[in-house]
Each structure stands twice: as C-alpha cells, then as structure tokens.
Design a protein around this ligand. Structure first.
Ligand SMILES: Nc1ncnc2c1ncn2[C@@H]1O[C@H](COP(=O)(O)OP(=O)(O)OP(=O)(O)O)[C@@H](O)[C@H]1O
Ligand SMILES: [Mg+2]
Length: 563
C-alpha cells in the first residue's frame, strides 16, 4: 500500500469512506476535490498507516521517495516550486485524524518561505508587506510547532512591534516592522535551538510532517481522546496543500461557516469571517470577526457561491456541514469540510427538519440515529430558575444551558479546584487547546473575547458545557475580573446562562429545562422502531420512581432493590 495519495487520486471507493486511511480531513478534501469538484487547492495526504509506521519505528525509508514524488506532482499542477527564487510555491502541512479532534493537533502554514523566496514572493505579488507578514507567521509557527519553542516569545515581540507602530491590529503592522520581526524571530530560533532557522524547503517539509505525526501524542490530543473514548493507536494523517492567501489584500479574507446553526439547528448559514486574515486568526479571536451575513454586502458574489457550496455539501453529506474557506483576491477556495458538531437542541431540530427536507430526505430511522444519548441529556440541562437576576454582563450564548460555580482564571487552577471538590467556572480572555483540561473540569466557561466559532465555543458545544463568550466588557487582571463597578475575585460564585448569554453574580438556583418540541417527536419515532424488538423497563425502587417511570413510557420494572 502506498503511504501518499493526491487529493485527486481515483480511489475505488468514495474517499469519504476512507477515513481510516486518509483521516477525516484528507478524506473530505479528496471528496470535495474529486467527487464534488469544488474549488480546493491541490495537495496530497500522507496516510495514517505512515503515521503508525513512524510511531512504531521512526521515519519509514520508502516515505522519502513517495513524498518527493507527490511534491513534484503538486509543483507541476501549480506551475511553481517550493523555495523557488523567482515564483515560489507555499504549502500548509495539516493534521487530520480519522475522528475529528478540533484544534487538538498541529498545522504549519506558509511552508517553503526562506530569506530568498520571501523576496521572490514580494516581487511576484508586488506586495512586500504581504510577503513578510506570511514569513513572520511561518517562522513563529515553525518555531512553536516543529522546534517546540514557547509561543510567548514570538507573541511578545509581535505585541511590542504593534505598539511601536501604533497599529490597532496585526494587519496594520508596517513592512519595516515585519522585516525586523522576522529577523528577531530567527534570532530566537538560533538562540534557543543552537541552529539557524532551516532555509531548505526539503528540511522544512520533513520537519513539519514529523511534527504533525508527533502532535498525535501531544498532551492536549491525549486528553481529548481520553474524554471522547477515541483509541490512542489510530494515528493522524498529514495533508500537504498549496497555500491560498486570505491575508493577501482587502479583497481577501478567511472564515468558518456552518450550513445551519450548530447551537439551535435553525436553517440558514451561520459563521464568521475576517477580511485580510489567515487561517487561525478567526478561531483565535485575534480580531473581532464579522458574521457571514456581512459577506453579502462586502463580497456579494462570493456570498452567493458559498451558499451554493453549502447547499451541495448538505445534499451530498445529507447532514449539517462545518467548513473552512478562504477568499484570495476575490476567488473562493474551500479548505475543509466535515459533518459539524452540534448541541443537543440543534441535533433534535436538524434530525426532524431533515426528514422533511427534499434535498436530504432522512428516514425516521436515520433521524433517530443522528441523536445521541448525550444530546438528549443536554436538552434536559438545567436553566436559571425564576427571573430578575442582576445581570453583570451580556455576551454571546455560545453553548446552551446554565452553570453555577466559583470563578477560576487559569486552566490549572480550575482543574485543581475541581479536583478538591469545588464547582468551577473557568474564566479566560480566550481559550486555546492548552486549556482543555481546565475546561473539562469546569461546569461552564466564560471568555472575554472570541466569537461563536472560537475555540471555547466549539469545544464547549462539543461537550455540552454551557459557555458565554466574547464578554468584551470583562477586564481580566490576574486572578480577578472587573465589569463596570463589579469585581469578581478568584473563588467567588458566578452563574452563567449559555442560552441567553448572560453572566450573573452569585449562585442562581437552577431548574430542569423544558426540552424542545422535537424531543417528543424523535423519541416517538424511536419507540415505533423498537416496538416488538425491545422493551423498556425501569430501574425503580420506590412507588414515586415507578410512577415517574410509567409516566415517561416504561413498560414495567426491570430492576428493583428491596434491601
Ligand atoms: N492551504 C491553505 N491555505 C490557506 N489556509 C490554510 C491552508 N491550510 C490550512 N489553512 C488554514 O489554517 C488553519 C489551520 O488549519 P487546519 O484546518 O489544518 O487545523 P485546525 O482548523 O486548527 O484544526 P482541525 O484539525 O480541527 O481542522 C485553518 O483555518 C485553515 O483553514
Ligand atoms: Mg481546520
């Protein structure tokens, strides 16, 4: 079996059935390229077999030749070469396991830049600022992910460059500062690793591929798999893909879009985008994003194309899809899709809606299969009891349900407090994959920055944890925060409502939720399917339990303890 497959390789089965081999991201990139014929930048996937071979015995010899040949094919398709001193090709090196592990592994962007090709890129595009912005992103990502250097060293330099230049955002840092930043970044690499930043694209590529393989066993990936019950033996695939540039100019941008609302299940597109930005900028909450609906005014043609892509994706996958896209100088590129994660409320609503949707025509059996026990449990999440609480701030309700706990300001502190038996709300400016253990330990999550597709929002929804994000009035300073005149110190009680997006001081009493109307519908279908095959009997020990079980449809008592 080969280790490497181009996105347009003709597989015998639909690529989306080959997630074992290609990983979810690789399989869906191949599906979008070769079956749906959507605009996807060319690339190739190094299989999960290769990752497992690497983990068992180091870099497999035959992989060097396969990667070199795939790279040559990619260069031919693009008419550009990696590291070329006149017209260089740049690539991303992306992780992608069989089961989606959002943001838990690593990706390197803009690979192929060096001191020579950055000048070529500047000339080719007649945009020095863009070239050096891409280079500084690459050196810091490579430093962090491949060479294992701490992110802070790079971030601090960027922050002081912004300050010196009086720039409000990354996009406003002038080219002279960017040039200096690249030099300063390279100095960090030389100082901390004892070697200069690698200039040879071959060495860069090999380094990045190995780093992505290694990220399978990174602490956040392991914690995530433990929680999700995903096997540690699967390994990740690696996708090497030609770069497209959302940071090119004001006619460019990048975004994340869902084909329906993943929080409520409502029909219609949903998501965020940022003009003149690249990749992670949207998710990291670096600048305030705009909602997808704003695309309609800014890029009406692209907005139409994107809606068309969304409709085709839903018809093809017969489900709600989550996408990443980039606009480069007025052209739309699709960079990722997968069946999207959703809240319990959304899962119920979508399952019912899709049985009536002519493009999807879900059967009742399929609809029931789309709703998990966890989804059902989620809609039974508690809500604030009564009304008239003193709301200290209002922000985005990113993951529904209410939660009450003591405020903690770092993931480690939150995890430690939970360990000692406390109920915790994790309060952060924004979260990153390094905070996952603290998020897991918390009842709910509150962030000062980020939108509905920020890391905190996505992870919290996946786990059904209430979250309020983008609370911009929150001023977090060390182990306390201030909103207006209110100060909340570490250990103080707060309550959040992730449905309404509100934060309340103190402990609000909670009540059971009213599940949405689709709850009864889906359970009704489940009942019809199981009739004659399965009976449901309750585990009840008291008369009251038995009456409750009957009311909820149990047909008898299956287990009763009398001692
Ligand atoms: N070839 C490319 N051109 C432009 N942007 C890219 C390219 N490849 C990746 N990106 C962007 O870089 C970011 C990170 O990539 P990637 O999708 O690999 O990881 P992730 O989104 O952090 O995690 P996940 O594994 O859940 O997708 C994304 O926003 C993606 O759209
Ligand atoms: Mg992604």
């Amino acid at each position: 079996m080969p280790f490497v497959y181009d996105f347009d390789h003709s597989h015998r089965r639909p690529p989306m059935e080959l997630k074992d081999l290609l990983g979810g991201k690789g399989a869906n990139l191949a599906e979008m390229t070769s079956v749906l014929r959507l605009p996807v930048p060319h690339g190739f996937t190094i299989s999960t077999d290769a990752c497992r071979a690497y983990m068992a015995a180091g870099w497999p010899e035959k992989m060097s030749g396969e990667v070199a040949r795939a790279r040559a094919r990619l260069e031919r398709k693009m008419g550009k070469r990696l590291g070329d001193p006149v017209d260089p090709l740049l690539v991303s090196v992306r992780s992608g396991a069989k089961f989606s592990m959002p943001g838990m592994m690593d990706t390197v962007l803009n690979l192929g830049l060096n001191d020579e090709s950055v000048e070529a890129l500047a000339k080719q595009t007649d945009d020095e600022r863009f070239a050096y912005d891409s280079y500084r992103r690459f050196v810091s990502m490579y430093g962090r992910i491949v060479l294992g250097l701490p992110a802070e060293a790079f971030d601090e330099l960027l922050d002081s460059a912004k300050e010196r230049a009086g720039a409000g955002s990354d996009a406003e840092v002038p080219v002279a500062e960017l040039r200096d930043l690249v030099e300063a970044y390279k100095d960090i690499v030389r100082r901390d690793t004892g070697r200069p930043f690698p200039q040879d694209p071959d060495a860069q590529l090999r380094g990045a591929i190995e780093a992505v393989f290694r990220s399978w066993n990174g602490p956040r990936a392991i914690a995530y798999r433990d929680h999700e019950g995903i096997s540690h033996d699967l390994g990740t695939a690696v996708n090497v893909q030609a770069m497209v540039f959302g940071n090119r100019d004001d006619d460019s941008g990048t975004g994340v879009g869902f084909t329906r609302d993943p929080a409520t299940g409502a029909k219609g597109e949903y998501g965020d985008f940022l003009v003149k930005a690249q990749g992670e900028d949207v998710v990291a909450g670096i600048r305030n994003t705009e909602p997808l609906s704003a695309l309609r005014e800014r890029f009406p043609k692209i907005h139409g194309e994107l809606l068309d892509v969304f409709a085709r994706l839903e018809r093809h996958y017969r489900d709600m899809c989550d996408t990443e896209f980039t606009i480069e100088q007025g052209k739309l590129w699709m960079l990722q899709t997968r069946v999207g994660k959703r809240t319990g409320r959304a899962a119920l609503r979508m399952a019912v809606d899709m049985t009536r949707d002519r493009a999807i025509r879900l059967s009742h059996e399929e609809a029931v299969g789309r709703v998990t026990a966890e989804h059902l449990e989620q809609v039974l999440h508690p809500q604030f009891a009564g009304s008239g609480h003193t709301v200290i701030t209002k922000a985005l309700g990113a993951s529904p349900g209410a939660a009450v706990g003591r405020a903690y300001f770092t993931a480690d502190d939150a995890a430690a407090a939970a360990e000692s038996g406390q109920q915790v709300i994790l309060v952060r400016t924004e979260t990153s994959p390094e905070d996952v253990h603290g998020m897991l330990a918390s009842q709910g999550i509150l962030t000062a920055r980020g939108g509905l597709v920020s890391h905190a929002a996505v992870v919290a929804r996946g786990w059904g944890k209430p979250a309020v994000v983008g609370a911009e009035k929150l001023r977090i300073e060390g182990a306390s925060f201030r909103v207006g005149d209110t100060v909340v110190e570490e250990g103080d009680w707060i309550s959040i409502d992730g449905t309404a997006g509100i934060v309340v001081l103190g402990q609000v009493p909670l009540t059971a939720a009213e599940p949405p109307a689709e709850f009864e519908v889906v359970l009704g279908w489940a009942d019809a399917i199981r009739k004659g095959k399965l009976r449901v009997r309750a585990n009840a020990d008291t008369g009251a339990d038995a009456a409750n079980a009957r009311r909820l449809g149990a047909e008898g008592i299956g287990l009763c303890r009398t001692e």
